[in-house]
Ligand binder design. Structure first.
Ligand code: NAD
Ligand code: DAU
Length: 351
């Protein structure tokens, strides 16, 4: 597969921006990236600082809403898009509980628009890769893990909207023969993650010795994957994945939320310049649980491992150290994303 003009949607978000950097720095992609992003509260052009300057021929940014069909059609034809990697979405579960409407629009209608454009594209259209989540499978008990054939049982407006978009992608493959692949991944962490999510929220609050809100009893379990490993898995699937197939991606790293929060506290407490008289663990505050809070996720990615030998490279110990350091070293970035919109969200959510 030779990709000439790859549209990345949501490329100014957390995973999308890491993916663009990963591809442009890598050696086996020589095409052009057209990043189409609406720049919602979660999209930040600073996430790709220097990219346009370093790759003037290979990177283009278009501010665009995937729900605006005419605008997306224009971009499709102007840049002769032959491949899509679709990240753009509303991604935060708590926001979907408070205001589900944008999730329905962007995650379902936006995906539908892109599928329609891909369906109408010339014969050289090579792939629609859809980025999805393990949350579509619902919640697990104490044992077991999600496989690609696990029935969908989404529990939040976010996961229901993602499930819906996954079904549309599958249907476009089966009905129209559109070349598609879908990846369902577990929780990502790493540089450039918006601070509404657990790990960056806890890092930044703990640095400032502010309260660390833990939902319910803190014993909910997530599987964690360093974002660069996710990018590597996506690119592996795009290059070699069988069309029409779904691939699970995970980190083999199940952790209770409380253990993660304590680990971050300990890492910061051990830094000589951040040492204080009390442990940051004292800041942990158990707060009201998230409605419909999934208890446990665990992902079986043996299909990806067996077909392509893919395994995550980063250990959680080193990945979390790197992530903490990144947030400490990028104070300007942090200052810019903690803007009025974010402050108002935090006020609404945590009081
Ligand atoms: P994010 O919220 O950090 O970024 C989303 C990006 O999409 C932003 O740049 C935003 O401006 C853009 N966007 C939103 N609505 C848009 C619209 N209507 N038109 C164009 N652009 C729009 O999200 P993320 O954490 O990077 O997640 C990216 C994708 O990966 C999502 O599809 C999400 O469901 C999926 N995913 C995320 C995780 C995770 O742990 N973060 C895990 C598995 C799957
Ligand atoms: O599993 C993949 C999903 O991971 C992605 O599809 C989503 O886009 C992404 O946001 C993430 O969803 P989660 O809901 O798992 O991530 P979040 O960081 O919001 O929460 C992680 C866990 O921590 C979850 O059990 C809720 C809990 N939590 C979260 C926040 C923000 C807290 O206890 N306190 C908090 O303040």
């Amino acid at each position: 597969m030779v990709i000439k003009n790859l549209m990345v949607t949501g490329g100014c978000g957390f995973i999308g921006s890491n993916f663009i950097r990963y591809l442009l720095k890598g050696e086996d992609f020589s095409g052009r990236i057209i990043n189409a992003d609406k720049l919602t509260y979660a999209g930040n052009p600073d996430n790709l600082k220097g990219i346009k300057e370093n790759y003037p021929e290979r990177y283009v940014f278009e501010r665009a809403d995937i729900c605006d069909f005419a605008r997306m059609e224009e971009i499709f034809s102007d840049y002769k898009i032959d491949t899509i990697c679709h990240f753009a979405a509303e991604s935060h579960v708590d926001r979907s509980i408070k205001r589900p409407d944008t999730f329905i629009n962007t995650n379902i209608i936006g995906t539908f628009n892109l599928l329609e454009l891909a369906r109408a594209a010339p014969d050289n259209f090579s792939l629609f890769h859809h980025i999805s989540t393990d949350e579509v499978y619902g919640s697990l008990g104490k044992t077991g893990s999600f496989v690609e054939t696990t029935p969908y049982k989404p529990n939040s407006p976010y996961s229901a909207s993602k499930a819906s978009s996954d079904h549309l992608v599958r249907a476009y493959n089966r009905t129209y023969g559109l070349p598609t692949t879908i990846s369902n991944c577990s929780n990502n962490y790493g540089p450039y993650q918006f601070p509404e999510k657990l790990i960056p929220l806890v890092i930044l609050n703990a640095v400032n010795r502010e309260k660390l809100p833990v939902y319910g009893d803190g014993r909910n379990i997530r599987d964690w994957l360093y974002v660069e490993d996710h990018c590597d898995a996506i690119w592996t699937i795009m290059k070699s994945g069988r069309r029409g197939e779904t691939y699970n991606i995970g980190g083999d790293m199940e952790m209770e939320n409380i253990a993660i929060v304590e680990m971050i506290c300990d890492i910061l407490d051990e830094m000589p310049h951040l040492k204080g008289s009390s442990s940051r663990r004292d800041l942990i505050t158990f707060v009201e649980d998230r409605p419909g809070h999934d208890r446990r996720y665990a992902i079986d990615f043996s299909k990806l491992r067996k077909e392509f030998n893919w395994v995550p490279r980063e250990s959680f110990n080193s990945g979390i150290q790197k992530t903490v350091s990144w947030y400490l070293e990028n104070k300007e970035w942090v200052k810019r994303v903690i803007n009025k919109e974010y402050q108002s969200w935090i006020g609404e959510q945590y009081g």
